[in-house]
Design a binder for this molecule. Sequence first.
Ligand code: NAD
Ligand code: GLY
Length: 363
Amino acid sequence: MTRIDVALAGRSYPIFIESGISAHAGMHIQGPGGDRPQVIVTDETVADLHLEKLRNGLNRAVETIILPPGEATKNWTQLETLVERLLSFGVERGDNIIAFGGGVIGDLTGFAAAILRRGCRFVQVPTTLLAQVDSSVGGKTAINSAAGKNLVGAFHQPSLVLIDPDFLATLPSRHLRAGYAEVVKYGLIGDADFFEWCDAHAAALLAGETDEQTHAIAASCRAKAAVVAADERETADMRALLNLGHTFGHALEAEGAYSDRLLHGEAVASGMALAFRYSARRGLCPAEDAGKVERHLQVHGLSTRIPDFAADPDRLIAHMRQDKKAVSGKVALILARGIGRAFVAHDVDLEDVRSFLSEEIAG
Ligand code: NAD
Ligand code: GLY
């Protein structure tokens, strides 16, 4: 078993990664709740495929709350439903609420745990690649608002992250590829060697090889844990780097109405390619690196272009203005000086970005 610690004064927690670990989940999920029933929050798809396995792995009674799958579940209505149901089960602060699913279930359940009784414990048991390498770690919780994605939320760290790569066996390949975008992101941000590893092993990972998946999950969690420990609340320029590709990506997702037209990881892939091309255009990054990033993503089935439904630069810029990294109306973008050399560019000239996006759309 691989153990990675997220070191946060007073609120440190472990990430356990092992194929088959969910069969012994009860050994790991402990807390002041003692033998009180635990509550699993999941979605219909994950419940059909894997709930039985997790229930068997927990050695105590469980209640379950099953929500509809999909990004639309991260909304006010589902949050209210979830909070009221958790209260109806009498969940106390020390009980473990178990978020069992992808990033949607993790973000929504984490936010519910953050506001329930002013803060309850929760555990992440992620079942998508994206959630195993990114969203289950670091305590960002949120729902979407009409004004944009993840605009209503809280920092609320889990007490444990339990990662079983075996769950990925049932994940549709489109979702596996989308999650892979968040894996290669760590290489592009700060680890050129990991990018090279990805180049050599992504095909095996995407073909379902557990060794490659486990290695990529551990490397990603290690990278994320280090960043979160150093800059939990994104007040320095470290955690913001994890948003490589996200400002462009969120704008594309918004144009796709957060639907299956464009998954989050797919939007991030296009966003990272755009960030590298924009960096090259500004002379910050070798064009060769931008080309390498683009080819890598394309070879592994990820689009690197602006989709037709998002081909309006003014609308994209309007979405980018909503970015959470904006300060006094100035938008920050994560750009790169090369593969593994991302940095935060403050006070970006949005007129220049607009003309770049127009060229991208035309070209
Ligand atoms: P998701 O939770 O919607 O899961 C994708 C689909 O896969 C769903 O239909 C789900 O039912 C299904 N599924 C889940 N596990 C499965 C399995 N093992 N087998 C078969 N099907 C399975 O989406 P996601 O891609 O996991 O997460 C995307 C969300 O994560 C977005 O809302 C994004 O904003 C958020 N996110 C949050 C953070 C963070 O730091 N909190 C980071 C990145 C992304
Ligand atoms: N996914 C970006 C972050 O957790 O900060």
